[in-house]
Design a protein around this ligand. Structure first.
Ligand code: NAG
Ligand code: NAG
Ligand code: NAG
Ligand code: CU
Length: 567
C-alpha cells in the first residue's frame, strides 16, 4: 500500500518535472528543482490530514519546525519547489536566542528609504551587494536569506510531532515571524557595514541593489501604489489614489483593527486540528496587495514579489516588510497597549530558526520578538496622515436607511429557523459570489450595562470562505451600502474591509487539493466605529454586501455571515 503511494507519487512528480517549462530565463531554475525526490516521497506517505506521528494530540502546545523533515514544497500555483538548505538544519547545533539583559544602546534606527540622501542609501546598497556576492550555499547569501521565507511560507517543514506543515502566513504568526527574519537579516547586513540598518518603504524602490528585474513594468515609480490593489488598473490620478490609500489605511489600522485578533490574525495552533486561515487586516492589505502590485504580472505567479517562494528575492521585500513591522509598532501605540498581544503559550513559545551574523543557528521564540527596543532597533517616526483619514458615508445615513427599508427582497437570503437569530446562512448552502451577494444580518444583543460597550467590539464575520482551486480571489465587504458598489471603495465609510486570497498551496505534494476542507477561511472585520458613523449602532439589522472584485467571484464560495461581539 505504502509502496504504491510512493510509486504513484513518483510518477506524478516526474511527469511534472519533465513538463516543467513554464519559465524563461532566471525563473526556470526556481521551479521543479527537486534534487531529493527520495526524501520528498517520505513525506508523501503521510498525506492524510489525520495524526500519523505519535504525540499529534492537537493541544495548544507551541509550534516548532521539525528540522529533519525539510522537504520539497509547492509554490502558490502548485508547482513543486525546493528551498531547503544544502546542509541539513537538523545537523546544526541550535543556540537558544537570549534577549540582552539591558536593552542595546544606541538603537539601530530604521529610516524611511524615500526620505534619505544617496550617501545613506549607498551604504545599504553596498551591504546588499555583499550578500548577493556570496556563494549560494552560504547562509548569509542573498539567496539563502530569501529562502528563509520560502521555507516557512510554502510548507517546507513539518511541524514537530505532526505531519501538518509549518506555515506562518494568514495567522497570528505573520507579524512575529517576519520580525524575527528581518532582525537576523539586518544584523547580517550590519556585520558587513557598521552603519547599515534596514530601510522601510511602502511600495518599492528602484535603484541599485534595491532594483529587481522581476517587477510589474506598469507599476514602477512614479506610479502611486494601490494599497487595495485588485489586479485591475483603476486609472486614478495620483492624488485620488493617495486619498483612497489613506482612508484604506485608517480602516486597516484603526477602525477595523480594534482587537488583537483582528489585527494579528487567527490563532493557529499545532496539528491538523489547530489549522486556521484568517489573516489580520494588515496582512490582507496592504501586505498582500503590495506584494501583488510589485510582482511582475507577466510571470505565472507574479514572481518575484507576488509569490511566497520568490518574494524575498526582490530587495523591495525587506523594505516592504520593515514597513509592515513598523505598522505593528504603530498599531500598539494607537491601541495604547503595553500588554502582549496574546498571552497563550502556543503563541509566545512558538519558535523559528535563523542563522545570525556569526553563523550560529539560533532558535528564537515569539515572546522574544515583542519589543523592538529589546531587540535593539526602532523606527524613525514619520507623520501618520491616515490617522486623520476617517472616511465619510457615501450616502447620508438617513437617506440610506429609507432606501434600504424598501429593499425587502434583499432579505430573501436571510435564514429562518436559526434560534439565536444571529447567523445568516445562505439557505444552508454555500453561496457563490458570481455577483454581489447582499444579506440582512441580525446584530447580537449586548448583555449587561452600556458601560461595557467600550470594551466589546462588534465584528462582522464572513465564514466558510472557500476559494475553488485556491486561485487569486478578492471581495470587498460593505455595510448598509446603497451607492454604486462598482465604484464604492475605502473612501466610503460603508466599506468594512476586504478579503484577498493569495493562493497558498496549503497541502503536500500529492495531496488532493479539494479534500483540504479545513482550509476554509474566516474573515473578521471590526465594525463598531463604522456602525456609529453610519448611525446604525441602534439598529437591529444591518445590510451586508459582499462585492467580488477582479472577476474572481465565481470561484469564491461563502457559507454565511454573522455578527459577533469580541471582548
Ligand atoms: C514532541 O513529542 C515529544 C515526545 O512526546 C515531547 O517530548 C516533545 O516535547 C514534543 N515537542 C513539542 C515541540 O511539542
Ligand atoms: C521529524 O521528521 C522525521 C522525518 O519525517 C520523523 O521521522 C520524526 O519523527 C519527526 N520528529 C518529530 C519530533 O516530529
Ligand atoms: C531598475 O530596473 C528597471 C527594470 O529592469 C530598469 O528599467 C531601471 O533602469 C533600473 N534602474 C536602475 C537604477 O538600475
Ligand atoms: Cu510579505
Amino acid at each position: 500500500m505504502g509502496q504504491r503511494v510512493h510509486l504513484v507519487a513518483a510518477a506524478l512528480l516526474l511527469a511534472i518535472l519533465i513538463t516543467a517549462n513554464w519559465f524563461s530565463g532566471d525563473l526556470r531554475d526556481l521551479i521543479g528543482y527537486c534534487p531529493r525526490i527520495g526524501y520528498l516521497l517520505q513525506t508523501v506517505n503521510g498525506v492524510g490530514r489525520g495524526p500519523s506521528v505519535a504525540g499529534d494530540n492537537h493541544d495548544n502546545r507551541p509550534l516548532a519546525a521539525n528540522l529533519s523533515a525539510c522537504h520539497a514544497s509547492l509554490t502558490d500555483a502548485d508547482r513543486p519547489t525546493y528551498c531547503c538548505p544544502p546542509r541539513r538544519d537538523a545537523d546544526q547545533i541550535v543556540v537558544e536566542f537570549q534577549l540582552p539583559e539591558i536593552a542595546p544602546s544606541p538603537l539601530r534606527v530604521r529610516r524611511p528609504a524615500h526620505l534619505l540622501d544617496s550617501d545613506y542609501v549607498a551604504k545599504y546598497e553596498k551591504a546588499v551587494a555583499i550578500m548577493k556576492s556570496l556563494p549560494s550555499d552560504h547562509p548569509h547569501s542573498f539567496l539563502r536569506q530569501a529562502n528563509n521565507h520560502c521555507l516557512y511560507c510554502t510548507g517546507s517543514y513539518n511541524q514537530v510531532n505532526s505531519t501538518s506543515l509549518f506555515k506562518i502566513h494568514r495567522s497570528w504568526f505573520f507579524f512575529p515571524w517576519h520580525r524575527a527574519f528581518l532582525y537576523f537579516h539586518e544584523r547580517i547586513l550590519g556585520s558587513s557595514s557598521a552603519t547599515t540598518h534596514l530601510l522601510y518603504r511602502i511600495g518599492f524602490y528602484t535603484r541599485g541593489a534595491f532594483n529587481s528585474t522581476q517587477r510589474e513594468p506598469g507599476h514602477l515609480p512614479p506610479h502611486v501604489a494601490d494599497l487595495n490593489y485588485q489586479r485591475e488598473e483603476t486609472g486614478r490620478k495620483p492624488e485620488e489614489q493617495m486619498a483612497v490609500n489613506l482612508a484604506f489605511m485608517y480602516h486597516q489600522m484603526v477602525s477595523g483593527a480594534r482587537k488583537a485578533e483582528l489585527f494579528m490574525g487567527c490563532k493557529l495552533t499545532a496539528g491538523a486540528e489547530g489549522g486556521c486561515d484568517g489573516p489580520g487586516t494588515i496582512e490582507d492589505a496592504p501586505h498582500n496587495t503590495v506584494h501583488e502590485w510589485v510582482g511582475n504580472g507577466l510571470n505565472p505567479e507574479r514572481e518575484y514579489m507576488g509569490a511566497f517562494y520568490t518574494a524575498a528575492r526582490d530587495p523591495a521585500f525587506y523594505a516592504h516588510h520593515a514597513n509592515i513591522d513598523r505598522l505593528w509598532t504603530v498599531w500598539r501605540k494607537i491601541m495604547d497597549s503595553a500588554a502582549p498581544d496574546f498571552t497563550e503559550s502556543s503563541w509566545l513559545d512558538t519558535s523559528f530558526t535563523f542563522y545570525d551574523e556569526n553563523l550560529r543557528f539560533v532558535r528564537i521564540k515569539v515572546r522574544d520578538c515583542l519589543d523592538p527596543a529589546k531587540l535593539g532597533y526602532a523606527y524613525e517616526n514619520i507623520d501618520l496622515p491616515w490617522l486623520n483619514a476617517r472616511p465619510k458615508p457615501a450616502v447620508p445615513p438617513e437617506v440610506a436607511r429609507n432606501i434600504l427599508k424598501k429593499k425587502d427582497e434583499w432579505s430573501t437570503l436571510l435564514a429562518s429557523g436559526n434560534p439565536d437569530g444571529q447567523t445568516t446562512y445562505f439557505n444552508n448552502e454555500e453561496q457563490a459570489l458570481g455577483a454581489t451577494v447582499r444579506a440582512r444580518v441580525q446584530r447580537p444583543r449586548r448583555h449587561g450595562a452600556q458601560a461595557e460597550k467600550g470594551e466589546e467590539e462588534e465584528i462582522l464575520v464572513v465564514y466558510g470562505i472557500h476559494v475553488l482551486g485556491d486561485v487569486y480571489a478578492k471581495f470587498d465587504v460593505f455595510v448598509n451600502l446603497v451607492a454604486d458598489e462598482k465604484k464604492a471603495g475605502p473612501l466610503a465609510r460603508e466599506f468594512a474591509g476586504t478579503f484577498v486570497n493569495t493562493p497558498r498551496g496549503a497541502r503536500r505534494v500529492g495531496e488532493d487539493r479539494l479534500s483540504a476542507a479545513w482550509r476554509k477561511s474566516t474573515l473578521k472585520l471590526g465594525i463598531s466605529e463604522l456602525l456609529e458613523d453610519l448611525k446604525a449602532d441602534r439598529d437591529e439589522n444591518v445590510w451586508v454586501s459582499l462585492v467580488p472584485r477582479a472577476g474572481s467571484g465565481a470561484n469564491i464560495m461563502v457559507d454565511g455571515i454573522r455578527i459577533e461581539l469580541l471582548r
